[in-house]
Design a protein around this ligand. Structure first.
Ligand SMILES: Cc1ncc(COP(=O)(O)O)c(CNc2co[nH]c2=O)c1O
Length: 412
């Protein structure tokens, strides 16, 4: 299929025509936080509210039929996108955070006992740390952290040590770090856990949008990701759970739609996956998500990944030439996603991001909801540029020019 036609892609994103800061072209490099939306996604949401807005699953009028079909079509598309065995294994949540919390409250509460161990890593996002802190504190269980080296790679010998304790009951790890960009050795992590009969949750928030992900090949028990990080709307996340585990899990949110029959003192729950989808869902944005999946499928995730390796390599090479810069994470673009976190001398990242913004460049500065990692790196915060399908090398050049200007301003 050849390389991405980025200029053609950019025409599908109205926001990229925006001027900011008194007429400068927007250079949007904050894709690890959230991505921009193609017109097809915006139109799909507008079309739903304009032509077939209705609640789903229960009414028998035509609007409800159309809305239900569109909503369930998204579930079919997602199951295919991540190669799940069945749509029954796809649960819609609000975001990755809720998906991970669902596992902690439903599977976790039923399976984690006193003195059990849950293994996570030092590179996790707070949404894959705090739910496990709450659960282990409640159960008198313990969190173990796989450390990360100065090179941005996980210390797998620590992982082996934890598994050898015989006390580990769950492993929950990011597939790709939203700070370092590190792509974790997830297949090895899962293989080692399965040798001990331990289930694995994969936080796919930064990997599903950026590379081909196949849950059957990976053989993970759980996977969580968000629509807004992959051209879709905010307010929609996905939890994938292997059917054999999902069937045994108690419900998370009680209410309408997740039931078959409710009596005064007992309820029969609905079939999978509806047992885990209580209340009126975010119908419009689930429908919008389908348009995002279609868009990515048309490009192909292999080409998305190739584009990001190419632009990340270019960015790494150019950032590394800026005097006084420290780059965090693997320097090999093959071992990381399109996320480049860095600091320049002692310029505070917020000051740096402000200067970048003066140049029309949108990057993120702060702890990136990864304060355990900031402690490990011994920094309060970093600046972070993150790329997607619509970013160009010319935009990286604008980014570098702004970095150099900041360095001159701060006399680094
Ligand atoms: C690895 C990872 N896990 C979980 C989440 C939570 O996703 P949410 O529930 O959709 O918010 C994020 C979001 N990361 C970021 C959100 O803003 N800046 C970020 O880096 C993430 O990067």
């Amino acid at each position: 299929k050849g390389a991405l036609n980025v200029e053609k892609i950019r025409k599908d994103f109205p926001i990229l025509k925006r001027k900011v800061m008194g007429g400068k072209p927007l250079v949007y490099l904050d894709n690890a936080a959230t991505t921009q939306k193609p017109l097809a996604v915006i139109d799909a949401i507008h079309d739903y509210y304009t032509n077939y807005n209705s609640n789903i699953h229960r009414a028998v009028h035509q609007l409800a039929e159309e809305a239900t079909k569109a909503y369930e079509d998204t579930r079919v598309k997602i199951a295919k996108f991540i190669n799940a065995r069945s749509t029954d294994e796809i649960i819609f949540t609000r975001n990755t955070t809720e998906a991970i919390n669902l596992v902690a409250y439903s599977w976790g509460r039923a399976n984690i006992k006193k003195d059990d161990r849950i293994v996570i890593t030092e590179i996790e996002h707070h949404s894959n740390i705090v739910p496990w802190q709450i659960l282990t504190q409640e159960k008198g269980a313990k969190l173990e952290y796989i450390g990360v080296g100065d090179d941005g790679y996980l210390k797998m010998h620590e992982y082996k040590k934890y598994l050898d304790s015989g006390k580990v009951k769950l492993v929950s790890v990011s597939h790709m770090s939203n700070v370092l960009g590190t792509i974790t050795p997830i297949n090895e992590i899962i293989k080692m856990a399965h040798e001990k009969g331990i289930p694995v949750l994969v936080d796919g928030a930064q990997s599903v949008p950026h590379m081909p992900v196949d849950v059957q090949k990976m053989d993970c028990e759980f996977m969580a990701f968000s629509a807004h990080k992959m051209l879709g709307p905010t307010g929609v996340g996905v939890l994938y759970v292997k059917r054999e585990l999902l069937e045994k899990m108690p419900p998370f949110m009680g209410g309408g739609d997740m039931i078959k029959e409710v009596h005064k003192y007992e309820t029969r729950y609905n079939d999978l996956p509806y047992k885990f989808e209580g209340g009126t869902p975010n119908i419009a944005d689930v429908i919008g998500f389908a348009a995002a999946i279609d868009y990515l499928e048309k490009i192909g995730m292999d080409r998305v990944r190739e584009h990001e390796i190419d632009i990340t390599k270019y960015a790494l090479d150019r950032v590394a030439q800026v005097k006084g810069v420290t780059i965090y994470g693997p320097m090999n673009a093959i071992d990381r996603g399109g996320v480049v976190s860095f600091n320049i001398g002692d310029i505070h990242p917020h000051d740096l991001a402000t200067i970048m913004n003066d140049h029309g460049v949108a990057i993120r500065s702060g702890h990136h909801c990864a304060q355990v990692l900031m402690e490990r790196l011994d920094v309060a915060a970093t600046s972070r540029a993150s790329f997607y399908i619509y970013n160009t090398k010319e935009e990286v050049d604008v980014f570098i020019e702004a970095l150099s200007e900041a360095r001159r301003l701060f006399k680094i």
